[in-house]
Design a protein around this ligand. Sequence first.
Ligand SMILES: Nc1ncnc2c1ncn2[C@@H]1O[C@H](COP(=O)(O)OP(=O)(O)OP(=O)(O)O)[C@@H](O)[C@H]1O
Ligand SMILES: [Mg+2]
Length: 244
Amino acid sequence: MLALEHIDLTLQDGSDEVRILNGISLKFEPGKLYVITGPNGGGKTSIAKVISGIYQPARGRIMLDGKEITGWSITERAKQGIRYAFQNPPRFKGIDIGWYLRLAYPEITENHIRSVMAKIGLCPENYLNRVVDSTLSGGEMKRLEIASVLLGPTRVAVLDEPEAGVDLWSFEQLRDFIVHSHQRSEGRITIIISHHERFLEVADEIVVVAGGVVQERGTMEKIRPLIEEGINCRWRNICLGEEA
Ligand SMILES: Nc1ncnc2c1ncn2[C@@H]1O[C@H](COP(=O)(O)OP(=O)(O)OP(=O)(O)O)[C@@H](O)[C@H]1O
Ligand SMILES: [Mg+2]
């Protein structure tokens, strides 16, 4: 079980302190697939960064299987199987795709590398020796990073907008890869940050985050009316300025 308890997050914006998250409490159970959704700027990526150790909360605790991990570094969390696929994946100079996947999972075999690449739509014949730098397109890098996070004994996989930049033809394949990987795992917690209905509909539970607060959580049936309420939704901030 992964638990966030009363998490506040404050970030520095120049000389100002900005409160980003306010009292976030969430429990994630092993074997379940969660989707965090909500309007832009609501705090979803910030929650992912608190879970992965990129941000330290100003208040509150993070617990993994009853043990407090709040002060643990990114590396310590990664060693315990908490892995994060960024909304905008970083690039690496001088590392080819095979090397990149081996860094994520040193025990991986050559055959496994090839089968993973085929599953994410990167034909090994064309991509195996490609360098993981800016010559890869946004969608190619996105698919590759997701695959690297899902390799090996990942206990908590946090995928930040896996659909971003992925073409319509590859999207279903990528979604199936993520869902099958979750189903095959032994009790992995998968947390997908997404605005996409095709992810929302496979979630065991959906969490709606807006204004740095958990607004709702529940099944698709419970959340769907809130999404359909759209721009009139009570938790969505809209600035109604002068018409452009
Ligand atoms: N370093 C920072 N300094 C100040 N404000 C920040 C910083 N990082 C994020 N924010 C603000 O925190 C809020 C939450 O950002 P976050 O990236 O968590 O949103 P999000 O829900 O992931 O949005 P999106 O759907 O657009 O990805 C936003 O208003 C953002 O502008
Ligand atoms: Mg985000």
